[in-house]
Design a protein. Structure first.
Length: 343
């Protein structure tokens, strides 16, 4: 879209020509209930989309090709999501190599990072593998059994406290912040996820840094996604750590080499009034997606969770008890697409 705007003289000389053109195809799409993506748009295109209800998302990355590293959308997503659109990261390979690829011997070195960035965008997730060459395990970490994406409530965007301190020397290091609202008995519970990429020096994250501001009086704890210590029956102490103004999260990853970009997902969860903590679906990148969790209710001695999914899908949720024990419980989704877990 950037070339459309910049190479059509009337678009750069008239205040209305580009908006009229955008309104034409977006209006036709709305008439037929077809969502529209603005691909490689300029800020002016995104601003015009405020008047175009059929436009639901906008591409936030450059053209992706294997090994290009075009997963970097944290900054551009700040503008796109602020305008009410969901960012989209261009298609990616879920395996490092593909048979009969038009890119020859090219290698996608970071398929897991590509997948995480895609689902954290809260927009579409596009895979571009050859037929039969998709890593099903990786892609299922982004969705339900029927393909419904397990997104957060808001697109992950650059984390203001770190973004504002960055210099050119650490411009390849990133912290992105996203969150999920889950209905509860008195309002909603707020879960956070931090995507930390190539953070080779420590940055301390405190509760007042995250957005939205955590509810006053609510205690929080955090764990690292994929930590092998976070498993059913284990002690919660090595896995789950307190998060407060006096106990920050020291964010750090390995340093990237020429090809592999290290990343880490930090999940921040509220400690409920019953003393229990819901760690969520720890095999999914968004562990407590509002697309999955219909409600989380603390009980007198535990917690009750209502989930949705596709019929016969098994949903497993990890909890931490007040006695610092990790407990995993599962439910098979019924024919009406719902299920409940109580511990």
């Amino acid at each position: 879209m950037d070339f459309n705007y910049l190479t059509v003289p009337s678009f750069t000389s008239s205040l209305t020509a580009s908006a009229t053109w955008l309104g034409g195809f977006a209006g036709a799409a709305l008439k037929h209930n077809i969502p529209v993506q603005l691909c490689m748009g300029l800020p002016s295109d995104f601003m015009t989309a405020l008047t175009l209800p059929s436009v639901t998302n906008a591409r936030a990355s450059e053209d992706n090709f294997p090994g290009s590293g075009h997963w970097f959308i944290g900054h551009t997503s700040m503008l796109i999501s602020a305008l009410g659109l969901n960012p989209f990261k261009d298609n990616f390979w879920t395996n490092s190599t593909q048979p009969d690829s038009t890119y020859g011997s090219s290698i996608e070195w970071n398929p897991a990072l590509q997948a995480v960035v895609s689902v954290f965008s809260a927009g579409p997730v596009g895979i571009s593998d050859s037929i039969g060459a998709t890593d099903a395990t990786l892609i299922m970490r982004t969705c339900m059994a029927d393909g419904t994406l397990l997104k957060p409530s808001k697109a992950a965007t650059s984390f203001d406290p770190y973004f504002l301190t960055q210099t050119w020397s650490d411009s390849q290091s990133h912290i992105w912040n996203t969150h999920s609202w889950i209905p509860s008995q008195s309002g909603s519970l707020l879960f956070f996820e931090l995507l930390c990429i190539n953070m080779y020096t420590v940055f301390n994250v405190l509760p007042h840094h995250v957005w939205p501001v955590a509810p006053t009086g609510m205690k929080y704890a955090y764990f690292t996604w994929g930590d092998p210590q976070c498993t059913n029956g284990a002690s919660a102490t090595p896995c789950l750590q307190p998060f407060s103004e006096t106990t920050p999260i020291g964010v750090q990853t390995d340093r990237s080499n020429a090809t592999i970009v290290p990343f880490k997902i930090i999940v921040i969860a509220p400690v409920l009034s019953s003393g229990w903590t819901v760690l969520g679906e720890v095999d999914k990148f968004v562990t407590t997606s509002p697309k999955r969790f219909a409600q989380i209710l603390p009980t007198a001695t535990g917690v009750s969770v209502d989930v949705v999914g596709s019929p016969s899908e098994v949903v497993s949720v990890l909890f931490a008890s007040p006695q610092q024990k990790l407990v995993q419980a599962s439910v098979t989704i019924s024919g009406d697409g719902t299920g409940s877990i109580t511990v």
